[in-house]
Design a protein around this ligand. Structure first.
Ligand code: AMP
Ligand code: GLY
Length: 423
């Protein structure tokens, strides 16, 4: 397992329960991992940017499967380096990871495959972008083309604001990611996340979730990587899931294969549920964080078996995976200052937060002289299940209440929209 966040802890935790892993010696390594992952994997200091070192480690330890958690190493081509050395890997090639790595790549693919998404203009200069603005109505959706750690999207209410944001982007506010910009039509609706596994050919739906991106209660304040999530996303009805597969996911996987860049791994479709049906907002080439944590809480099938089947092109042989009917919820505990400048080093006492059946995934923790401390923006993902969203929320917050993290904070309303619908 490569990565060190809550998503990777959840994946590791699930892999540790796998019969397929046990049959192959039961050994899990996490690089670099985190203190929470140490309960299920041996932590190793490996730099994912050093492909030769990762390959050498895998060869030396006869690694049967590498799971790449975050997007950066995928966009950097680590999966290619591993495949070139015959190491089985769960995760797309560099070319296929462009689905997340370049907004323009995905928009152009949607055009070719007829996938419903917002209309757009791809701009390579400030002058061109300013001129293109006149063809859109506010609010303006402006996106730096490349990876920008989830921060490359600006929604500007006025033209004046939009021009300022474009000037910042072309001025290097998002580094190289902003050298090209995509301007999009604004889509109104509710957002939901849809996950599918694929070996490049066969596609298997792998759950739904919704997250809360804003830092504050009532979905207010700046955007974050996600302050909490729940699964399933009941707004994605069976009909909408079928429509998403038919109109968005299948055509994408087919087009990628036809283009000679088959997509292998998990495909995460960010959807907007508009009056005209589900439309694609964006693709991610990895599991959502913290959406993965709630998916893993509900997954009943053997995760390793499915990941190995993706890696070896044998997904067609497996049945659809099963997920618990329950709702799972995760509440993110973040360090004060997040998302701007999170305070590092604050002490954490988990007490018996897991005593009631909750699971605490570590997202940004470190051990300092034996004491667990905060070491990132999002620090803990407190995850629990219940018969419905309300019950899951109660269980998750009961566990949050046991945790002593004086320099941290959390949202107190994760799942509010769904709970209002449950009535
Ligand atoms: P992205 O990184 O492309 O997912 O964009 C981040 C967030 O911006 C999304 O989760 C949406 O909330 C919002 N967003 C992006 N594109 C659009 C769009 N075309 N219309 C409305 N909202 C959007
Ligand atoms: N939680 C949003 C993401 O992983 O992109």
């Amino acid at each position: 397992m490569l990565g060190s966040g809550g998503r990777e802890h959840a994946l590791c935790w699930k892999l540790a329960q796998s019969a397929a892993v046990a049959e192959n010696g039961g050994k899990l390594y996490a690089a670099p991992g985190n203190p929470g992952m140490a309960e299920c994997a041996q932590l190793v200091a490996l730099d994912a940017k050093n492909h030769a070192a990762v390959v050498a480690f895998c060869e030396e330890h006869a690694i049967g499967l590498v799971v790449i958690g975050p997007e950066a190493p995928l966009v950097d081509g680590l999966a290619d380096s591993l495949r070139a050395a015959d190491v089985p890997v769960f995760g797309p090639s560099q070319a296929a990871a462009q689905l997340e790595g370049s907004k323009n790549f995905t928009k152009a693919l949607c055009d070719r495959a007829g996938i419903p998404t917002a209309g757009y203009v791809h701009c390579t200069s400030l002058a061109q972008a300013k001129a293109a603005l006149t063809t859109f109505a506010p609010p303006f959706v402006l996106k730096a083309d490349g990876l920008a750690a989830g921060k490359g999207v600006v929604i500007a209410e006025s033209e004046e604001h939009a021009v300022e944001a474009l000037e910042d982007m072309f001025d290097g506010a998002f580094g190289q990611a902003g050298a090209e910009v995509v301007i999009e039509e604004f889509m109104a609706g509710e957002e939901a996340s849809f996950f599918a596994l694929t070996d490049g050919d066969t596609v298997i739906p792998f759950g739904t979730a919704q997250d809360h991106k804003r830092v504050g209660d009532g979905d207010t304040g700046p955007n974050t990587g996600g302050m909490g999530a729940y699964s399933p996303a009941r707004v994605l009805t069976e009909d909408l899931v079928a429509e998403t597969l038919e109109r968005i996911v299948f055509p994408t996987v087919r087009q990628m294969r036809q283009d000679g860049t088959p997509y292998v791994g998990v495909l995460y479709a960010g959807l907007m549920l508009t009056d005209e049906g589900a439309k694609l907002v964006e693709y991610n080439c990895r599991f959502g964080d913290p959406e993965c944590q709630v998916l893993m809480m509900r997954l009943q099938s053997d995760l390793a078996e499915y990941m190995l089947a993706c890696a070896s092109g044998t997904l067609a042989k497996l049945p659809e995976p099963t997920f618990a009917e329950d709702t799972a919820m995760t509440v993110v505990m973040a360090a004060n200052g997040y998302p701007a400048t999170p305070e590092k080093g604050g002490t954490i006492d988990l007490d018996d937060a897991e005593g009631q059946g909750a699971k605490v995934f570590h997202a940004g923790t470190a051990l300092k002289d034996g004491q667990l401390v905060a070491n990132g923006g999002r620090v803990l993902n407190v995850t629990a299940s219940g018969a419905d969203t309300k019950a899951a929320q109660k269980a998750a917050y009961a566990a949050v209440g046991k945790i002593d993290f004086p320099s941290g904070f959390y949202r107190s309303d994760i799942g509010w929209r769904e709970i209002a619908r449950e009535g």
